[in-house]
Design a protein around this ligand. Structure first.
Ligand SMILES: [Zn+2]
Length: 305
């Protein structure tokens, strides 16, 4: 990014999240436990080692996500991308896991919902792993639509098609698992023919993307086959939705473990969010048909297409 002069974007330093922002998602005892583990340098789980500096890094990741929301809703930015480490989508309200300390996207969504005029937030999670943390935070809520595409079966094991939320939130969790080896046809098909019609009907006031890049074919941790341009297409869908609804969209970095693929795909995402354009259309495949049967129960526009 530095070698490309940050694409001409305004670079802002991430502020620390406030306690109030974290407590909208995480119990106080959990926040204190993360602080203690960081201070002691004691791993939060097998995948999530921490050192004393992890505490501030975690606070700044969640704080950046909130700052992005403010910039978008105040109109001081038309779009934005948070280059966050640690990522957040595996952190459940009371459980750290999978490199994640705080649920950055969920904290950002709650922060947005505190503002006047924001009644509904849509989160698309295109990281190759299921966003179990975000899923858990809003499982019973109708004011946050959470849609996740992910390789399945795979870490962390959650995110079956049949998990569509609970209670008042039934139908507002959209899990779209794809088999190992899936590429653009599967991923773009599900976004075009399932995610987009549902998101249009939901009519959010804000669009957030949990943007992981580990579904890239070069990624060493997973087995999907997206190209760098596939992420441009995914982002173009979100830019088109934002333009259509007249609401802002921004992205938060999640996973991505091939550094070159991550860098190129993040740039493609940013350019698409900024410039917009028409995403490439792909035919609906068998995964769309299967998802339509399940999701169409709650969102008729998915099956009528
Ligand atoms: Zn991931």
């Amino acid at each position: 990014m530095a070698s490309r002069d940050w694409l001409g974007w305004d670079v802002r330093e991430a502020p620390c999240a406030t306690e109030e922002q974290l407590l909208a998602v995480h119990p106080a005892e959990y926040v204190e436990s993360v602080r203690e583990h960081c201070r002691a340098g004691r791993a939060l789980d097998a995948d999530t080692p921490v050192v004393p500096a992890s505490w501030e890094a975690g606070l700044r990741a969640a704080g950046a996500a909130c700052a992005l929301v403010d910039a978008l809703l105040d109109g001081t930015a038309t779009t934005g991308f948070c280059g966050l480490r640690p990522p957040g989508h595996h952190a459940e309200p009371a459980r750290a896991m999978g490199f994640c300390l705080f649920a950055n996207a969920a904290v950002a969504a709650e922060h947005a919902l505190c503002r006047d005029g924001v009644d509904r937030v849509f989160i698309l999670d295109w990281d190759v792993h299921h966003g179990n943390g975000t899923n858990a935070a809003f499982h019973a809520r109708a004011d946050v639509l959470f849609a996740s595409l992910h390789q399945w079966p795979f870490y962390p094991g959650t995110g079956a098609l049949g998990d569509t939320g609970s209670g008042d939130g039934l139908g507002f969790t959209i899990n779209l698992p794809v088999p190992a080896g899936s590429g653009e046809a599967e991923w773009l098909g599900l976004v075009e023919h399932v995610v987009m019609p549902v998101a249009r009907d939901f009519a959010p006031d804000l669009i957030l993307v949990s943007a992981g890049y580990d579904a890239h074919r070069a990624d060493p941790l997973a087995d999907c086959r997206l190209e760098t341009d596939s992420f441009r297409q995914l982002a173009l869908h979100m830019a088109a939705l934002a333009a259509e609804l007249g609401v802002p969209a921004g992205a938060l970095l999640e996973g991505g473990y091939d550094v070159d693929a991550l860098a190129a795909s993040a740039v493609a995402t940013m350019q698409a969010l900024e410039g917009g354009g028409t995403p490439r259309s792909v035919p609906p495949g068998p995964l769309v048909a299967a998802a339509g049967e399940r999701i169409g129960e709650f969102w008729p526009s998915v099956v009528s297409r």
